[in-house]
Every structure is written in structure tokens, then in C-alpha cells.
Design a protein around this ligand. Structure first.
Ligand code: NDP
Ligand code: 2IT
Length: 444
């Protein structure tokens, strides 16, 4: 049995009930087989892949908090510090009832290679809790965030581990967590990114993931003599990533016609009204049912359905495994040309295979949504030098980084005889840097 398959079998046996983690590991390890195979014995002797798939540290802790009626609740908090070969652990915090150790491990594992692709010195980590922020008051969110940080602060730091936002964690939550960290440590440090602009946050971090997704999509289409201009675009999600993907798509001359949340989706034939979407989601924190009040020409539908809308480009920006084989078939039937992942692992392996077989250009999450974490690393740089860059300075760097990632994954795919296979290209290019650093640092 090949070394890669041996390690895959062990991961599945040793990490039961963690299907998302298995899914992420299987994809990456299969992709890097051509890198490992020529020197398989050497890597096996050094247990390189066993070290890669085992987090350096995983922290699980109790988070008690008090609701507005004085009732005490207990949630579980996690931080998985996966790999620090190329820099301090870096990655978001997710607050969603579906969070468990397997979800955080899949996200932390993906983060290693994504962060490597940015070209910046950041290792991979992820955290979160099964706390459900929906319907909670600001005070309840604050109580949760403070109690979460009152344990997490022991394990993080500007040079060790720097968390940020993810599903359910935006500027409000990062603010509460930062305040608690500062109080407990008596230290004003760049220990979280996505901070408010008044206390060390970076301009363009809020926009970065969605903007970056469009920059790399544009780069890929330009490379093929095409562009976002004039394209009909289908987007899922209505959170941070989706909103700024829609905004940048419009700035590039595309027409995004859908968005969705966990209860339903919107079709707006005239193109999504970003100002309305921001007001509904960022200000009112309301459901998408509100959207039709702003746009009488649009339609609201309960349940899922965005992938059945005819489009040229599809951008899944909600959550993992939200786009399956049947969705991929519907998209291909309707003539989709390109799919770029704003969310982490939103397409199932079967959907990705179907896109590839049908000549759809597919940009995987770890390349396509790397703009968020890349800009977090730029926030860390600004915190270190105690300076603040303008919006345009940060945005220019983000655009450059996304273009660079595209060229890197395209080149890696070509080098290994898989031209246009950006899944292989991203996994290989991301892995090679981490592998080189791990080998240079010895068996640790
Ligand atoms: P938000 O919490 O801002 O938004 C998430 C959106 O997705 C909401 O519209 C939400 O609907 C929907 N959603 C979440 N979970 C589900 C679910 N299980 N089923 C259906 N809809 C769901 O999160 P982000 O926009 O920050 O994150 C979206 C994705 O992008 C995630 O996969 C995240 O890991 C990834 N990502 C985020 C980055 C960032 O910088 N924020 C960077 C890179 C990747 P509802 O509100 O109804 O729950
Ligand atoms: O998945 C991700 O890359 C994020 N949620 C952003 C992480 C970060 O540290 O900015």
C-alpha cells in the first residue's frame, strides 16, 4: 500500500465520527501523492504525513454564560492549533450549533495550506464553539464572548496564535473578545484580527474575503481570454463573504442575481441590491424574507435552490458541503463556466469531480477564499509596525496576493502534468512550502 493510502486509512480509523475531517485529508493527501511518491521511503521514515495530519495541539474547554433572564448555559469551546511550521497559528473562530471537533479539525487542516498559499508567514489553526448566536441579544453575545475568551486567552498571543472571524463571528464578537483579552492580560496586542478600525483593525479586512474571491476569479477568467464583465453570477450565503463577493462582482461589471441564508434564498433578476442586503444582514441582523420589501421585483423562496438558477459563474459562500452532485449537474446543464469557492469546502467531492469532467473551471476554497486570512496577516503587519495603511494600500496588496496565488496554483498543476486542475495545484503548492519548512525544522 502507498504511504499516502496508509496514512489515509489511519486517519479514518483514529478519528471516528469526523467525516468532514476525513474529506479534507483524503483530498489533500491524494493530490500530493505525486510529490510524496518519488521519495516515499524517506518521508515514511520521518512520519512526515502522520505529523501533518495530527494537530500540534487541540484545546477543548467549557464555556458557561448567562442569558438575559439569569439562566446559566454551558457550551463547548475549541481551538485546534494544527501546524506552526511557517508561522504562528492563524485562523478563524466559528460560532454555530453544528460545531464539533471534527468540523474545527477540517477547517484547521485546510487553513494550513491556504495560509501557505498566501505567501505570508502564518501557520494553520481554527476554533469556535457550538454556541448559537441566532436570536441572542448583544448582552448575551458579550457574555458568551467574554467567557469564551476567559479560557482561550491562555493559549493565544500575537506571536503564537491569532484568531479571527468565521461563521457567526464578525466585528461585534471580535470587539468583545479583544476587550476581555486586554483586560485579562493587561496587554494591548495584535492577538485577534478583524478588529474595529479604532483599535488596530485593518481597512479592507471586512471586504477582503469576498473581494479576494472576485480578484482571483477575474484573474483566472482573464488568463482564459474572458472576464467577470457581463457574467450572470449565482451566490449562496448572505454573510460577510457573500455580501462583499456580490459588491466586487458588481464593481467588475458582473450581475449577481441570488443570495441565501439558512432558511431561504432570493432571486433578483435586476441584480442584488447590496445596500439593501447590508442593511438587512449587517444592521438589522434580520432574515432574507425582508429583501422583497426593498425590491418588489425580486422573489423569495423557502429552502435551498440557488444552484438551479441559470448562470455563467457560481460562488458558494455559505458553508461546507452545500453544493452536491445534483447541484453540480443542474449548474452544468444550465451552462456554468466557472465555480469559485468563497466558503470552506462547500462542494462535495462528487460535485468537484463532475465539474472537472465537464470542463468547468473550478477554483477551490483554499486558493479562492485566501484573501480574508491574507488581509488578516496584513493587519498583523500593521499592528507590529504600529502603523495603519490606507484602504487602497491594503486592497492593492490583496489583489496582488490573489493574482500571485492564481499563478502559483496554475504553475503547480502544470508542473505535475495536470494543467487546469486547480484542486491539485492548490494542494501541491500549499503543501510544498509547509513540507520544506517541516523538514528543515527537524522532527518536532
Ligand atoms: P457569516 O456568519 O457572515 O455568514 C454565513 C452565511 O452562510 C449566512 O448567510 C448563513 O445563514 C449561511 N449559513 C451558514 N451556515 C449555514 C448552514 N449550515 N446552512 C445554510 N446556510 C448557512 O459567515 P462568513 O460569511 O464569514 O462565512 C461563510 C463561509 O466562508 C464559511 O464557510 C467560512 O468558513 C468561509 N470563510 C470566511 C472567511 C471570513 O473572512 N469571514 C474567510 C474564508 C472563508 P444564516 O445567517 O441564516 O445562518
Ligand atoms: O477560513 C478563513 O480563512 C477565515 N475564516 C479567516 C481567518 C483569518 O484568520 O482571517
Amino acid at each position: 500500500m502507498s504511504y499516502v493510502n496508509e496514512v489515509i486509512d489511519r486517519v479514518i480509523a483514529e478519528n471516528p465520527n469526523e467525516p468532514e475531517f476525513h474529506q479534507a485529508v483524503v483530498e489533500v493527501l491524494h493530490s500530493i501523492e505525486p510529490v510524496i511518491a518519488p521519495d516515499e521511503e524517506k518521508y515514511r521514515r520521518d512520519a512526515l504525513l502522520e505529523r501533518l495530519v495530527n494537530p500540534e495541539r487541540q484545546i477543548k474547554f467549557r464555556v458557561p454564560w448567562i442569558d438575559d433572564n439569569g439562566n446559566v448555559h454551558v457550551n463547548t469551546g475549541y481551538r485546534v492549533q494544527f501546524n506552526s511550521a511557517i508561522g504562528p497559528y492563524k485562523g478563524g473562530l466559528r460560532l454555530h450549533p453544528s460545531v464539533n471537533l471534527g468540523i474545527i479539525k477540517f477547517l484547521g487542516f485546510e487553513q494550513i495550506f491556504k495560509n501557505s498559499l498566501t505567501g505570508l508567514p502564518i501557520g494553520g489553526g481554527k476554533g469556535g464553539s457550538d454556541f448559537d448566536p441566532k436570536g441572542k441579544s448583544d448582552r448575551e453575545i458579550m457574555s458568551f464572548c467574554q467567557n469564551f475568551m476567559s479560557e482561550l486567552y491562555k493559549y493565544i498571543g500575537a506571536d503564537t496564535d491569532v484568531p479571527a472571524g468565521d461563521i457567526g463571528v464578525g466585528g461585534r464578537e471580535i470587539g468583545f473578545m479583544f476587550g476581555e483579552y486586554k483586560k485579562l492580560r493587561g496587554l494591548f496586542a495584535g492577538v485577534l484580527t478583524g478588529k474595529g478600525l479604532q483599535f488596530g483593525g485593518s481597512l479592507a479586512r471586512t471586504e477582503a474575503t469576498g473581494y479576494g474571491l472576485l480578484y482571483i476569479t477575474e484573474e483566472m477568467l482573464n488568463h482564459r481570454g474572458d472576464s467577470v464583465k457581463g457574467k450572470t453570477i449565482v451566490v449562496s450565503g448572505a454573510g460577510n463573504v457573500a455580501i462583499y463577493a456580490i459588491e466586487k462582482a458588481q464593481q467588475l461589471g458582473g450581475k449577481p442575481v441570488t443570495c441565501s441564508d439558512s432558511t431561504g434564498w432570493v432571486y433578483d433578476p435586476d441584480g442584488i441590491d447590496v445596500a439593501a442586503l447590508k442593511e438587512i444582514k449587517e444592521v438589522k441582523r434580520a432574515r432574507l424574507t425582508e429583501y422583497v420589501k426593498y425590491r418588489p421585483n425580486s422573489e423569495y423562496h423557502e429552502g435551498r435552490g440557488v444552484w438551479n438558477v441559470k448562470c455563467d459563474v457560481a460562488l458558494p459562500c455559505a458553508t461546507q458541503n452545500e453544493l452536491g452532485l445534483e447541484d453540480a449537474k443542474a449548474l452544468v446543464k444550465n451552462g456554468v463556466k466557472a465555480v469559485a469557492e468563497g466558503a470552506n469546502m462547500p462542494s462535495t467531492p462528487e460535485a468537484i469531480a463532475y465539474f472537472t469532467e465537464n470542463g468547468v473551471f473550478f477554483l477551490p476554497a483554499k486558493a479562492a477564499n485566501a484573501g480574508g486570512v491574507a488581509t488578516s496577516a496584513l493587519e498583523m503587519s500593521q499592528n507590529s509596525e504600529r502603523l495603519r495603511w490606507t484602504f487602497d494600500e491594503v486592497d492593492d496588496k490583496l489583489r496582488y496576493i490573489m493574482g500571485h496565488i492564481y499563478r502559483k496554483i496554475d504553475k503547480a498543476a502544470e508542473k505535475y502534468g495536470l494543467p487546469g486542475n486547480y484542486v491539485a495545484g492548490a494542494n501541491i503548492a500549499g503543501f510544498e512550502k509547509v513540507m520544506t519548512a517541516m523538514i528543515a525544522q527537524g522532527i518536532v
